[in-house]
Write a protein that binds this ligand. Structure first.
Ligand code: MSP
Length: 618
């Protein structure tokens, strides 16, 4: 159990006196039996919350020039269909990482976007009775809107149909051509349109079915341009030797090593049969292969909004990327093809490629092509963005596969967000209101002197930081939740509600205990903010801080000691409404007359429905 401090009343009065009010000021009696100077605890000037400054340290508020830049990308999503939970998953994870890096004081460029060319997109548009370009506009917008509803804080959204991107792809192609790495040849093989990739017969299932999409591959014979990937075998091997952390998680490195070792085949980078794409420079009968086009989006996204950039200006705006976040199905493109293309063009390689696992439904990858998807708009609409973000990041170990179940979803977010954190905050603020007029009696640094809880929390925060750094997002959440658990245990062991009734020194100690717990909550609000930003803002607001303060806080604000004596907390208000599970809801609905829902649909749902209706027309 945490050690307790027993200050004399006189000492406490000094500690309670943040503005050095005279200690002989007229005293007033509270139910607690403690004698406090009214002015000491509720000086007029402190009626409004006072903001501590220690949360925003000047050390990690670096000037933008000095700040290290962290460039982070999600894949550019195919616009054959509206986003599903699998696509949202990568983006939520990327957003948590981006927010964490910003907390560290880095200048972050967070890139996402849509991959809009190729056969698959043209076919989806035709099936919807739409032109490819109209179709891309609608679906790309559905992604943008969903990102807004999920509070994704991207800095760049690139569409591969953006003319500035097309210019950069052509320039890159010409560089690789000049290097002598592009040649023309016939190719015959089995093609999976959903993967947009020629397949090796030995990786296919019966009937030449693609193992990912469970659909037969098509025999194709084409006269194409090829990229001389095989030339880069040694350099790629060398890169993995020199940069053992290039592919993450570490177990995926073996996979990449064995692809390279088994011998790299040149791959075709143009399509004679596809119109919907960027024409090959000097041969407009062919279009550039969708992957050779889309990967360049990571670079073209970096250029300034309105400029018509060349490759070099885009590169100098932030390349190389610090981290490509992708699903494991597209690892070969990112860890083999893309580095070789960059080597050919004389550009730096990204620093890291992280291949996460799949969200599955009944053990199968959730996907647009299989049609077994989970609707993110519906989840956000029903449960809010914090719950969705927290559940998937906490529940699925980043890097491994994870299955979704609604029951598990409800149990996790209720237990962690509503109970462990939300309830603790609410109980503590309730006690503070009742016994201390919602005002902190002492600085949290003083309240926790010699307190073992403080040491435990400091260790947990450091643990969370290391986990975030290592992209172990679930473990980072777990470490933060442990702070909540420790706070609850502290509250139960010390039972401040009983001690307030005892009055005197016991009451005084109870008032300090509340400060200690609220300080723990303040730390939770910062440390969990990359994962559940709105939820954390609500916690912060309850502690009497402004939005500006929350928006400028940095990781160094997790240091113990932010809350100051005299700081006034807000009126206690739940920060996370418990989700009723279906059976409870159904029971309730059965005894109630139907009520027309006045709740507005989130914008993303409206956009996705428009996209669905476009697709299902015809
Ligand atoms: N357009 C390419 C990427 C080009 S990047 C230059 C593409 N698009 S995609 O829309 O099919 O997939 C985008 C990302 O979503 C991939 O990282 C993929 O792994 C991820 N996911 C798609 N379904 C998923 C799950 N069921 N679970 C987790 N992620 C999944 O590939």
């Amino acid at each position: 159990m945490a050690a307790r401090i027993n200050y004399s009343v006189q000492n406490t009065l000094c500690l309670l006196n943040p503005l050095n009010y005279p200690v002989n000021a007229k005293t007033t009696h509270f139910k607690t039996g403690l004698n406090f100077s009214k002015n000491l605890i509720f000086p007029r000037k402190l009626k409004r919350p006072t903001f501590c400054t220690c949360a925003v340290s000047n050390n990690d508020r670096q000037s933008s020039e000095a700040a290290e830049t962290f460039v982070l990308t999600t894949p550019l999503y195919y616009v054959n269909a509206p986003p599903h939970m699998g696509s949202a998953y990568t983006t939520i994870a990327a957003d948590a990482i981006a927010r964490f890096q910003r907390l560290l004081g880095k200048k972050v460029i967070f890139v996402t976007g849509t991959d809009e060319h190729g056969e698959k997109i043209a076919a989806a548009a035709a099936a919807a009775g739409s032109t490819p370009s109209q179709h891309c506009d609608v679906i790309s917008q559905a992604y943008k809107t969903l990102w807004k509803d999920l509070e994704i804080s991207h800095d760049k959204f690139i569409r591969t149909t953006d003319p500035k991107h097309e210019g950069i792809v052509k320039e890159f192609y010409s560089r690789v051509l000049d290097k002598g790495d592009i040649y023309r040849a016939d190719y015959e093989g089995l093609y999976c349109v959903n993967c947009e990739e020629y397949k090796d017969e030995k990786e296919l299932l019966d009937n030449n079915c693609c193992p990912m999409h469970l659909k037969p591959c098509i025999e194709r014979k084409e006269d194409n341009y090829f990229f001389a990937l095989s030339k880069y075998q040694k350099q790629l091997e060398e890169n993995l030797r020199q940069n053992p952390n290039f592919v993450q998680p570490p177990f995926r490195t073996n996979e990449v090593q064995s692809w390279i070792k088994s011998g790299l085949k040149d791959f075709s980078i143009s399509r004679a049969s596809v119109d919907w794409g960027i024409p090959v420079p000097n041969d407009n009968k062919q279009t550039i292969y969708v992957w050779f086009d889309a990967l360049l989006g990571y670079i073209s996204a970096l250029s300034a909004e309105k400029e018509q950039p060349d490759l070099q200006t885009a590169v100098s705006s932030g390349w190389p990327a610090s981290l490509h976040l992708i699903g494991k199905d597209i690892l070969r493109f990112h860890a083999v093809y893309w580095p070789a293309m960059l080597m050919s063009a004389g550009l730096d390689l990204p620093k890291k490629v992280f291949g996460h696992g799949f969200l599955t439904k009944d053990g199968m990858k959730m996907g647009k092509s299989l049609g077994n998807t989970l609707e993110p708009n519906e989840l956000v609409h029903n449960f809010g963005s914090d719950a969705v973000r927290y559940f998937f990041l906490r529940e699925v170990e980043f890097g491994s596969d994870g299955d979704y179940s609604e029951e598990r979803f409800i149990n996790i977010v209720n237990a962690h967000l509503a109970n462990t954190i939300g309830n603790l905050l609410n109980r503590t603020l309730g006690l503070l209101k009742k016994n201390c007029q919602s005002t902190l009696v002492v600085d949290s640094a003083v309240a926790a002197e010699g307190n073992a809880l403080k040491d435990a929390i400091e260790k947990l925060v450091e643990k969370a930081r290391i986990h975030y750094e290592n992209l172990s997002l679930s473990s980072a959440c777990e470490a933060v939740l442990e702070i909540g658990n420790a706070g609850n245990a502290y509250m139960d062991e010390n039972a401040p509600w009983t001690r307030f009734k005892q009055g005197g020194a016991a009451s005084e100690a109870a008032a300090k205990d509340l400060v200690v717990i609220l300080e723990a909550m303040r730390i939770v609000a910062i440390a969990l903010s990359p994962v559940a930003p709105s939820f954390c803002w609500r916690i912060y607001e309850q502690l009497g801080y402004s939005k500006d303060h929350f928006n400028t806080v940095t990781w160094s604000g997790t240091k113990w000691g932010g809350l100051k004596g005299g700081q006034v907390m807000a009126q206690p208000k739940p920060v996370f409404a418990r989700i009723e599970n279906k059976t409870e809801l159904e029971d309730e609905a059965a005894t109630r007359k139907p009520v027309k829902s006045k709740q507005k649909k989130p914008q993303a749902q409206v956009a996705a429905e428009a996209a669905e209706s476009l697709i299902s027309r015809n």
